[in-house]
Design a protein around this ligand. Sequence first.
Ligand SMILES: Cc1ncc(COP(=O)(O)O)c(C=O)c1O
Length: 451
Amino acid sequence: MTAFHKHLKSNAKGELEFEGIAVTDLAMQYGSPLFVLSENTIRENYRRIHRAFADVYPAEVIVCAGMKGNWGLAARRVIVDEGGGGDAFGLGELTVAMLAGSDPRKIVMNGANKSRETIEAAIDMGVLNQVDNADELALVGEVAAAMGKTARISLRIRLPLKSLAEVNYVDARYPEGISPSYWERTFKFGLAPDAYLAAVRIAQGMAGVSLEGCHYHGGIPRRAGFYREETEELVEILGEVKAATGWSPEYLNIGGGFVSERYGAEAPPPVEEYGRVIGRAIVDTCAKHGMKVPALMLEPGRYCWESAGIWVAQVNAKKADPTLANKTWVYVDGNTNEMRDPFDPRCSVHHVVIANDVDREGSEVVDVCGGTCNAGDILAKARELPPMQIGDTLAFLDMGAYNESFACQSNVIPRSATVMVSNGRSTVVRRRETVADVLSREAVPTWLMAR
Ligand SMILES: Cc1ncc(COP(=O)(O)O)c(C=O)c1O
């Protein structure tokens, strides 16, 4: 038996099973290509990251699972059922969060240029609006006054990360390397510390605005392994803000970016290590500045979703060219319209398993290609895989984050259905698109029809 994780393993017939159901049966029943999401993997990922922080942190820990990575209603219901919260980027994701029955106190709303309508919705729903800039702060005050309500807000900060200026971090997105400090300083979100202090002073004087939190998201710095350094600097700056204004946050949101094995470090720290190091950095630095330890919010996206999803496609054709190209192409019925993780330019990094014959022997080097017109539509490039045949069912692993949520419809190709599996049961949680769906927004001007 080959086991990829607790809920994804081969059975006695050598077929891949997800939560006890053969992936080939899912493809037969629901068609392919197909996204498959495991309810229990989402639950366990959520519980593990919550516990990693809650077990060591002396105040409340709220895990706001990043909806940008997977905004599906069913996925959100699982998190709500676990008592979790959500990071909603804008009005659409906020709507999903509310439709799924989220506790508004555990929902934060992100965005650097929110519309008036979005700000109104956040105020109506009582969620924490993570304000990005001074213009937005003024707009929030104006909208709250017009509504006669109080807006709960947090202010988003960007750090100088001076201690990391000389570090050169290399990953697939930055093969030449990048300084985490430069990345953070030039990130499009949030306020620099001086602007942050000014915004705190303004917010303190605003009627109808309740300043409750501080928001920071460490992308590259956290991925590069500097989570202690960034946390210490963050809380140091908050100590200075407290000294200048008397204000300190009730909620400290440290964002997402907890590394998974496919990204960054070859051996990423276990999430418990993040919990220990970050928790200690907050507690110690708060003590140094005489600050109350705030409730902690996290926004893990990839960590919650990635391993919970696979994507299934079937082999349609195979072409070997031993002369001109000296290579072999395997063509599947899916394509990279659905392998769109924007944070991973390599795309074809997903582990590929022959779901109908997990332990097939032998190997050949192939490009697994999709069916779009894009020459770069390669789902696995120059990959050594067991020899594949027409009709084989392939499972691409770790596809649960960012791929479906960023999928597109190039070449008018309808997007896949999504099925949720749970303890031997399965059901469609997002129906397959049709060509009519893709065309549903099209119109022809009357003057062209007349000709
Ligand atoms: C503000 C914020 N929070 C959370 C996340 C989720 O990050 P990840 O999926 O790497 O955990 C992102 C991703 O870009 C983000 O920008």
